[in-house]
Design a binder for this molecule. Structure first.
Ligand code: 13P
Length: 252
C-alpha cells in the first residue's frame, strides 16, 4: 500500500514561517516519490497554502489538510468551520478526534464519528485519531479503548469506513519524546486491522498511521511494520529536514 505521511502543525506557524517551511518542503520532495504527503495547517492558513500554490508549482506534490471540522453543515455555530468551507479551500484531508481535542474540548467518540461522517460526505478524507492514555495502558486497557473509539466511527460510517484513514496515537507518546516501540505500535495496528476486516471487505485499503513522537531517527523502524501505513507527525513536521527524512523513510 502507498504510505501516507501527514504533518499536523497544531497551533503553530505564521505567514512568514509557513512560507519558508512550505518552500523548503516543496523544493526537497523527490519527484519520483510514491508516498503521499499532506500538511494539516491551522484553518486561517488554508488560504495561504492555496495562494502559494499559484506561484510555487512544486507545492502540488503536497496535499492540504485541516485539523478539525464542525459536525454541522452550517448555521449558528460560532467559531466552527464547516466541511464545505474546507472543501472550497482545497482540503483533501481533515484530522478528527485528535487526543488534544478529546482532552481539552471534551470531544466524545460519537462526536468524532459524526465529524468523520460529515467530512466523508463533503469528499474530504477524515484522519480519525484514536489512542489510549498512559493510565489506560498501565491498566491493561489499550485494546479495549482503541477498539471502542474505532467502533463508534465504524458504527456511524457503515460501508464508507474503507474511505477513512486511522491514526493510532498513544496519548502518552504525543509531544513527550516517548515513542511506542515498533512492536508495541504494530500490535495495536494489527488489532485495528482485524477490527476493520470484520467491518469491511476493503480493510487492506485503509491506511493506519502511527503518531506520537515519530521523528527522523525512529521513522524507518516504525514504518517497516506490516500494519503501519504511514505517520501523523507533530513536532517534527515543523522542521523541513526532519519531515523530508520521514518521507524518505516511508518511500524506502
Ligand atoms: P508529536 O509528533 O509532536 O509527538 O505529535 C504527534 C501528534 O499529536 C500528531 O497529531
Amino acid at each position: 500500500m502507498k504510505k501516507l505521511i501527514a504533518g499536523n502543525w497544531k497551533m503553530n506557524g505564521s505567514l512568514a514561517a509557513n512560507q519558508a517551511l512550505l518552500q523548503e518542503l516543496a523544493g526537497g520532495l523527490p519527484p519520483q516519490r510514491r508516498t503521499d504527503v499532506v500538511v494539516c495547517v491551522p484553518a486561517p492558513y488554508l488560504a495561504q497554502f492555496r495562494a502559494l500554490a499559484q506561484t510555487l508549482p512544486e507545492l502540488s506534490a503536497i496535499d492540504l489538510g485541516a485539523q478539525d471540522v464542525s459536525p454541522h453543515a452550517s448555521g449558528a455555530y460560532t467559531g466552527e468551520v464547516g466541511a464545505a468551507m474546507l472543501k472550497e479551500f482545497g482540503c483533501r484531508y481533515v484530522i478528527v478526534g485528535h487526543s488534544e481535542r478529546r482532552q481539552y474540548h471534551g470531544e466524545t467518540d460519537a462526536l468524532v464519528a459524526d465529524k468523520a461522517k460529515i467530512a466523508l460526505a463533503a469528499g474530504i478524507t477524515p484522519i480519525v485519531c484514536i489512542g489510549e492514555t498512559l493510565a489506560e495502558r498501565e491498566a491493561g486497557r489499550t485494546e479495549e479503548v482503541v477498539k471502542r473509539q474505532l467502533a463508534a466511527v465504524i458504527h456511524t460510517n457503515g460501508h464508507c469506513i474503507s474511505e477513512i484513514v486511522v491514526a493510532y496515537e498513544p496519548v502518552w507518546a504525543i509531544g513527550t519524546g516517548k515513542t511506542a516501540t515498533p512492536e508495541e505500535a504494530q500490535a495495536v495496528h494489527a488489532v485495528l486491522r482485524a477490527q476493520l476486516k470484520a467491518a469491511t471487505d476493503h480493510a487492506d485499503r485503509v491506511k493506519i498511521l502511527y503518531g506520537g513522537s515519530m521523528n527522523a531517527a525512529n521513522a524507518a523502524s516504525l514504518l517497516a511494520q506490516p500494519d503501519i501505513d504511514g505517520g501523523l507527525i507533530g513536532g517534527a513536521s515543523l522542521k523541513a529536514p526532519d519531515f523530508l527524512t520521514i518521507v524518505a523513510a516511508a518511500d524506502a
